[in-house]
Design a binder for this molecule. Structure first.
Ligand SMILES: Cc1ncc(COP(=O)(O)O)c(C=O)c1O
Length: 376
């Protein structure tokens, strides 16, 4: 025991900074009540909550049909099967995307043809046009980071060459092109409800949106073992169904989608304003698009140093994506052509914390740390 009146001195270290995650999914009482009510219903798979969510998603996007699936990858793959994709078909995909875009093409038996990125990091319509061959059947543009691709150019390309257009909207729920929600510009669209996405589930989930009756009914059948009815299986499908607990939560969040996206846009504006004078490339934005900032991606040749500096200060960052899909070992056999802009991008991109649930104070801490790194 120490003598009264005497101080004990400890080696005092800096308290660890409170961590700031890259993304923070919402959790609150309204969501918990919705999930518990679904639990009480004792109907867990493709029940009334799923039915209502499908109707609400279709209405929200302005598209005739919405079908819930077990993931965004499942949504892509089911749609490709419903489109009749077969071995030998070529499909134009951006190399700069999440691997599932390309994976779905491979699973459907087709060949992914890798297209370079444009200055907005999304599929370059000029490079896509140059890569069309007689075997090309479709194009999957990805609204990457929450920003629509150049839909005017991509739709024009698809109609000139008589190929279908499947929008990958996994990162862009609620984004708009010319004032219209993405997801209604092609034959079909695939969405993801992965927990960091703009419409986040508490697990995996996805959806197909389409105005095409045949694609909708084929996907509906394929996601449930190729069933025509309870006992008859018209074809071999799979189990790619969605569930009631998730649908109940997503119905609550869909009502908040615009508010959540506005919040992301406000945080992006805060970053943009505060980081404007640094030697950092900020996200480029298209004037016909409403960007919903699934990710806030900056560029610097000092990416690794900046990420390490932020990590030491408790700030999580990400790289979406460090290895472009055309260089993934899984698709080496397609001997992809060079995509130089993508190659340069992937060494410099860094995703800063972003979600509707981040606070202004957290973003200010990130800004202060980035400024400190650049000595500003
Ligand atoms: C662009 C893109 N496409 C497809 C997917 C696949 O979605 P999921 O993870 O729900 O299967 C993702 C998710 O990571 C994505 O970001």
């Amino acid at each position: 025991m120490s003598a009264p009146g005497r101080f004990i001195t400890h080696a005092v270290s800096e308290p660890a900074p409170i961590p700031i995650p890259l993304s923070r999914p919402p959790v609150d009482d309204e969501l918990k009540r919705a999930v518990l009510a679904a639990m009480d219903s004792r109907q867990y798979i493709l029940g009334p909550e799923c039915c209502r969510l499908e109707a609400e998603l279709a209405q929200d996007t302005g598209v005739k049909h919405a079908l819930l699936t077990s993931s965004g990858t499942a949504a892509l793959w089911l749609t490709l099967r419903a489109l009749g994709v077969k071995a030998g078909d070529e499909i134009l995909v951006p190399s700069h995307t999440a691997f599932p875009t390309v994976e779905a093409v491979c699973l459907a038996g087709a060949k992914p043809v890798f297209v370079d990125a444009d200055v907005f990091y999304t599929i370059d319509p000029a490079d896509a046009t140059a890569k069309v061959t007689p075997r090309t059947v479709g194009i999957i543009p990805v609204h990457l980071y929450g920003q629509p691709v150049d839909l005017a150019a991509v739709r024009d390309l698809a109609s000139r060459h008589g190929i279908w257009l499947l929008e990958d909207c996994a990162q862009a729920q609620g984004a708009e092109w010319d004032g219209r929600r993405v997801g209604g510009f092609g034959r079909a669209a695939a969405f993801s409800f992965y927990p960091s996405k703009n419409l986040p589930a508490m697990g995996d989930g996805g959806a197909i949106l389409t105005g095409d009756d045949e694609i909708a009914s084929r996907c509906r059948r394929l996601r449930d073992h190729g069933r025509l009815d309870k006992d008859v299986h018209a074809e071999v499908g799979f189990n790619l169904r969605f569930n009631e607990l998730q649908a109940a939560a997503l119905r609550v969040l869909l009502r908040r989608l615009d508010t959540m996206n506005e919040r992301r846009r406000a945080l992006a504006a805060r970053y943009t304003h505060e980081l404007a004078d640094l030697p950092l490339v900020l996200p480029p934005t298209r004037h016909r698009a409403r960007h919903v900032y699934h990710l806030f991606v900056v560029r610097t040749p000092r990416r690794a140093e900046l990420a390490a500096f932020l990590r030491e200060r408790g700030i999580q960052t990400g790289v979406h994506y460090p290895i472009p899909t055309h260089r993934q070992p899984a698709v080496e056999r397609f001997a992809p052509p060079p995509v130089p802009r993508t190659e340069r991008l992937v060494d410099e991109i860094l995703s800063l914390p972003m979600s509707a649930d981040h606070t202004d104070e957290e973003i200010d801490r990130v800004v202060a740390a980035v400024c400190a790194f650049f000595g500003a």
